[in-house]
Design a protein around this ligand. Structure first.
Ligand code: FE2
Length: 278
């Protein structure tokens, strides 16, 4: 069975040793540098102002073309100061690392990724977003069961997620869990950004997931998990004393329709084909 057939059948793939340990470490080191250079006070107003929701929404929307930092819940106290070190407070970085950071760009536009996109039947692949996810020791929060196409809706095919384990992902530190083959049940909701920049969920199907079928995907550092945009997945809180860093990309085909009411819109950064820079 080709990997594309397996992907269509299961809704996910696990490709072990996809990324070398050296590259994993390079991406981690580059992230440590970005965090070191980042000054949390520059965005503390986002979390303390009375206009919190409007300003935090803007910071979120603007991240489509920036390298923005997002914190764990309750990372700041009432005065806007971090409760613990910034290195241990950041939940994720997004969503244009792959365009704006030289190390992440080199990796994201490398041949191994473009070639895999081709094997997955993308004719004109492009990366719509990237994220670096920390899943911090002890405080890395749970991510509820969701489908990525809820947030990045495309037609006629769904977005494809690439989830690179930069460290071993285990049940203890909050690995991914999926409901195998449940992508065939279709999309249950869409996250809509209205013209006034408010957001809401539009329910397409209000049946519940069969959570008894959730399966943990414990993977070694360097593994790549490929996720179909309709595949329900989640990760539980990290209750261990070690982190679970991952880098993710979401791929679309430039020939597809990309919904104008998706939260993530690009205004200045052109959407490049993966083949242009490889
Ligand atoms: Fe996801």
């Amino acid at each position: 069975m080709s990997i594309f057939s397996e992907f269509q059948e299961q809704g996910f793939l696990i490709l072990e040793n996809f990324v070398s340990p050296t590259i994993c470490d390079q991406l981690r080191q580059q992230t440590a540098k970005l965090v070191l250079e980042f000054e949390p006070q520059t965005i503390k107003n986002i979390f303390t102002t009375n206009e919190q929701s409007r300003i935090s929404n803007k910071y979120f929307f603007d991240s489509s073309e920036k390298i923005n930092f997002f914190f764990e819940e309750n990372a700041f106290d009432n005065e806007g100061n971090l409760c613990q070190s910034k290195e241990l407070s950041i939940n994720k970085i997004g969503h244009a690392l792959h365009e704006l950071d030289i190390v992440f760009k080199a990796f994201s536009y490398s041949n191994i990724i473009a070639n895999l996109a081709t094997e997955l039947a993308l004719k004109n692949p492009a990366i719509i977003q990237s994220m670096y996810i920390f899943k911090q020791p002890n405080i890395g929060g749970e991510v509820n069961c969701h489908q990525d196409s809820t947030f990045l809706y495309t037609e006629p095919e769904p977005v494809i997620g690439f989830w690179f384990a930069l460290e071993d992902a285990t049940i203890e530190n909050g690995c991914l869990w999926v409901i195998p083959a449940a992508h065939k049940l279709g999309l249950k909701s869409r996250f809509i950004r209205s013209t006034d920049d408010t957001t809401s969920f539009k329910i397409l199907d209000n049946t519940q997931w069969d959570l008894t079928k959730l399966t943990p995907l414990e993977v070694k550092k360097g593994s790549l998990i490929v996720l179909h945009g309709f595949l329900p997945h989640l990760s539980y809180a990290n209750k261990s004393t070690y982190s679970r860093h991952a880098y993710t990309l979401h791929l679309i085909d430039k020939n597809w329709y990309y919904a104008k009411d998706n939260w993530l819109q690009r205004h200045n950064l052109p959407l490049e084909s993966l083949f242009i820079k490889s």
